[in-house]
Design a protein around this ligand. Structure first.
Ligand code: HEM
Length: 537
């Protein structure tokens, strides 16, 4: 038996060196896969072989070659994930916060599609490369959602919630993921459309009153009231009374969930040591979590029900009075319910995920209406052409017929996506495309904002262009819900009002919140008295 010696090309230090008997190998792809399997190469088809500097393109050339054969990955030597060097203890904290979006962009410009930072001991990698992001999101032997101490969600990790805050490998994820998605799937969500219409209409008197008082208002604060009020009704069957007057307070449960997200971001960005303090933010976080659980338990106890009989999982959402009623009564093929120990945590997650995201997206939509010229006119014309007014009970079928609106929302999500830091954890030592070496346990964050605004992908990243959007990958179970809600609201809000931005100051995002939300966007409405005619008239 004669063997050939291979060695990975390495940027610094020595790489793995090994012998292979090539007499039984009949194809170069078999060789690539065999090496890939042994060394955790995520995409072995990217392995290439060299004798000195001469590429060996065919298996016969490799077999005939004398001496050590060098291996590169996508043309690169193996390299550690680069990143800024940082200060003792602080690491790169001051280079990343508070303007993490701007600073991370600077780091992408400097280090390329994958870089690593250390903020007060928390080490994470970030990528703006869609291919790397896809590898991270794939839930494979390489990556999984595992909320380890370096993960941004670690301070609020909760295995019982199953979704969002739990590890994929934990059995609770499977259980909750069986029960929750049917309540948020396309069929169920269509069924919530009427209620979404009514929730928006209930807000009109408040927006009218603000206009009468000639007052500009904070877009996020009112969009938070609107979206959380909607989630309150559809999820919990509870009227949160957010539009009983112009100054109606936010319900305590909404305030608690919003504060938890703000504190989590603060704790997660300050390193593991900070989360162990027995006072201050970590203590407040624990108290708030208990308060949320008590409030949600109360809402569950009080939730109206359409009956007491069990409901078959797939149709349960159409028959239940609200999502909590659904979660209590839905049964799977074996007649089993969502276990009681998951109910409260899963409901908190669905409630929180249901409004924190859509309130930001709605606010950025208002930003788009008042910032990007022509958008209001385009959407309004489409509504007129489809006979939709602010009084129409808009159905999901009608929404499907509004491409201009759809493109507007997609482009808003590209330019101003509310999501921040969905992290995935390396399940083994691996070699990523591009030759990056990654250790098991490393957290990699597909940086959604930077992927969506990566100049290598988009021709003109800063231009708002609703005609250019191509859909990206999503892994959110509430997306049907969010899109339908935001679309129904926008139809009504654009038909009824002309929107203007107050003042010329630049709109800023909140660097201290878990999601990307505008903090200082003030808007005014002008109730429309005239509308354009139909395009074909
Ligand atoms: C603009 C609206 C929304 C955006 C941008 C958004 C974004 C996301 C993202 C990025 C994730 C993945 C998180 C991660 O990987 O760590 C996610 C997961 C999730 N989303 Fe959404 N979301 C939105 C609306 C909603 C709504 C309305 C609901 C519920 C009604 C919801 C429920 C969930 C749940 C339960 C998960 C966790 C799924 C799992 O862990 O398997 N989302 N969402």
């Amino acid at each position: 038996m004669s063997t050939t010696t291979f060695a990975f090309d390495v940027a610094e230090g020595n790489g793995p060196k090994f012998d292979i008997d090539l007499s039984t190998v009949h194809d170069i792809s078999v060789l690539q896969r065999a090496i890939g399997q042994n060394y955790g190469v995520v995409q072995p088809e990217g392995l290439s072989f060299y004798s000195g500097n001469t590429p060996l393109l065919a298996l016969s050339e490799i077999q005939a070659s004398v001496g050590i054969i060098t291996i590169k990955v996508d043309g690169h030597a193996l390299r550690d994930v680069p990143g800024p060097s940082g200060l003792p203890l602080m690491g790169n904290y001051l280079e990343v916060f508070p303007d993490h979006l701007g600073n991370n962009q600077r780091l992408f410009d400097r280090f390329g599609p994958l870089f690593q930072t250390n903020t007060l001991g928390k080490i994470v990698c970030q990528t703006n490369d869609p291919e790397l992001a896809q590898i991270c999101f794939a839930e494979s032997q390489f990556f999984s959602k595992e909320i380890v101490p370096d993960h941004p969600l670690y301070p609020i990790k909760n295995q019982k919630a199953g979704v969002f805050l739990g590890d994929t490998s934990n059995p609770d994820w499977k259980v909750v993921h069986k029960f929750l998605p049917p309540a948020l799937g396309p069929k169920a969500v269509r069924h919530y459309a009427s209620q979404m219409n009514r929730c928006c209409e209930e807000a009109f008197p408040v927006f009218d009153e603000l206009e009468k008082r000639n007052k500009a208002w904070n877009a996020y604060q009112y969009m938070l009231k609107l979206s959380s009020g909607t989630v309150g009704k559809i999820m919990l069957g509870k009227d949160l009374q957010h539009f009983t007057s112009v100054d109606a307070p936010l319900s305590r449960i909404v305030l608690a969930i919003a504060e938890v997200l703000a504190i989590n971001k603060k704790i997660a960005s300050r390193g593991e040591w900070y989360s162990h303090l027995p006072f201050g933010d970590p203590k407040r976080l624990k108290n708030l979590q208990q308060f949320m659980a008590d409030q949600i338990q109360e809402a569950i106890n009080e939730a109206k029900s359409n009956g007491t009989e069990d409901l078959e999982l797939q149709d349960a959402a159409l028959k239940a009075a609200n999502v909590v009623d659904y979660l209590v009564r839905a049964t799977d093929g074996k007649g089993e319910h969502l276990p009681k120990e998951n109910l409260v945590s899963a409901t908190i997650v669905a409630t929180g995920a249901g409004f924190t995201t859509t309130s930001s997206l709605l606010s950025w939509c208002l930003y788009g209406l008042v910032t990007y010229p022509g958008t209001q006119a385009r959407i309004l014309q489409e509504l007129i052409d489809n006979d939709i007014t602010d009084e129409t009970n808009i159905t999901a079928e009608q929404i499907d017929e509004l491409p201009e609106l759809g493109k507007f929302i997609k482009e808003i999500q590209r330019r101003h996506n509310p999501s921040y830091q969905p992290g995935r954890t390396a399940q083994l030592d691996m070699i990523l495309p591009g030759g990056y070496r990654l250790k098991k346990g490393t957290v990699v964050i597909p940086a959604l904002h930077h992927i969506h605004n990566n100049p290598a992908i988009w021709e003109n990243t800063s231009r708002f262009d609703p005609d250019s959007f191509a859909t990206g990958q999503r892994m959110c179970i509430g997306f049907n819900f969010a899109l339908l809600e935001v679309k129904i609201f926008l139809c009504k809000l654009v038909y009824r009002y002309h929107w203007e931005k107050e003042g010329d100051s630049e709109t800023e995002y909140d660097p201290y919140f878990q999601l990307i939300r505008p903090v200082n966007l003030y808007v005014r409405t002008q109730t429309r008295e005239r509308w354009p005619s139909k395009s074909n008239e």
